[in-house]
Design a protein. Structure first.
Length: 190
């Protein structure tokens, strides 16, 4: 409490003592200032107000916490999409390189893998063409980092070969919704 409040209380107490000693009635105006001082000293939050404030805070914190699993799941999907896109880029680059020299046998080509010592099964034939689903796992320091399942289908239409690559980001699971990549190769030299 401040000194001013204490001084006012002391004044009101002395007025009260003087009134009670003389037994004269004191008009209500002499106690109006005392009531405001007492109200200021006892002002605060009620239990209901505190409970409602805590309820609002808990609802807010729980709603924020519920967003974390969604964000983590989206991060995992983003990483898988990036890996499949890089894998497709590597396969199509290998097909482009093979198409320059082996146009007729491109469908039977076994493409070498970049970072060949990291893949299991190891090259020479890391990427196989055909209708079967092939699984490759990327190993890092003797631990499996990620696994890709894929199917590479090549079709020929005259001077154009079309490659369709279906990629699934995990070793297990359904093959219903792959990431599909498509590229065409044109034979410049007949």
């Amino acid at each position: 409490m401040t000194i001013d409040v204490l001084v006012k209380i002391k004044q009101y107490v002395s007025v009260w003592a003087a009134v009670s000693n003389t037994e004269r009635p004191c008009p209500p105006s002499c106690f109006s200032g005392l009531a405001s001082v007492v109200r200021r000293l006892s002002s605060g939050f009620s239990l209901v107000e505190v409970t409602l404030a805590l309820l609002v805070m808990v609802i807010g914190i729980l709603s924020i916490m519920s967003m974390f699993p969604v964000g983590l799941d989206q991060n995992i999907r983003s990483i898988a999409d990036t890996r499949t896109a890089l894998f497709a880029e590597e396969v199509f680059a290998g097909l482009h390189a093979k198409a320059e020299t082996n146009w007729a046998t491109l469908a039977e080509a076994q493409l070498p893998a970049a970072a060949a010592n990291m893949w299991n099964p190891a090259p020479p034939g890391a990427y196989f063409t055909g209708t079967n689903v092939t699984t490759n796992s990327y190993m890092y320091k003797n631990f499996e980092d990620h696994v890709l399942r894929y199917r590479l289908v090549l079709t020929t239409n005259g001077l154009i070969k079309a490659a369709t690559l279906f990629v699934w980001p995990d070793e297990f699971g359904t093959t219903n919704s792959p990431s599909v990549f498509y590229a065409e190769f044109f034979r410049f030299r007949p």
